[in-house]
Design a binder for this molecule. Structure first.
Ligand SMILES: [Zn+2]
Length: 156
């Protein structure tokens, strides 16, 4: 899965210096000299992390531009987690789950906004949810959709 779409995985034995992963139509193609499952898995994980970094950085930029209280761009790191999509430290550092990049963009943006709102409200108070409602009136639907996908995404 990537950005909410399912792709068929195709492993192609190839004489390449380093395993590569590429989206091609409805296929995710992995080229590797060694098509062993562990190698394919490692190549896929590296690809997901690279895509996550790019997609989340763009999402954060877009969302920051929208927020009226103009927070400074927070540092962001990726960390694979089993039960959480993201978090925001008291010092304002965002941690996002790289597997979130498997979810639709709508859901990714919801998680990003949630964490960015924590830069202003470090809790889940009524004020926090008023911020969410103001900037993303549809966040509940997006969250429900992500909750439905969680098992598929996090247990792959
Ligand atoms: Zn929260």
């Amino acid at each position: 899965m990537y950005l909410g779409r399912r792709y068929r995985l195709k492993v192609i034995p190839a004489d390449v210096a380093e395993a590569s992963v590429k989206l091609c139509g409805n296929r995710l193609e992995v080229r590797s000299t060694d098509p062993a499952p562990a190698m394919v898995r490692a190549a896929m994980e590296a690809w997901y992390r690279a895509r996550a970094r790019a997609v989340f950085a763009k999402g954060i930029d877009d969302m920051l531009a929208m927020l009226r209280w103009k927070p400074a761009a927070p540092p962001m790191r990726l960390q694979a987690m089993k039960i959480q999509w993201g978090s925001c430290s008291p010092a304002g550092r965002l941690t996002l789950n790289p597997w979130l990049v498997k979810a639709p963009r709508d859901c990714i943006d919801y998680v990003i906004l949630h964490e960015l709102c924590h830069l202003k409200e470090h809790n889940h108070s009524a004020r926090f949810f008023r911020l969410m409602d103001r900037y993303m009136p549809t966040w509940r639907q997006r969250k429900a959709r992500l909750d439905e996908l969680a098992e598929v995404i996090l247990n792959q």
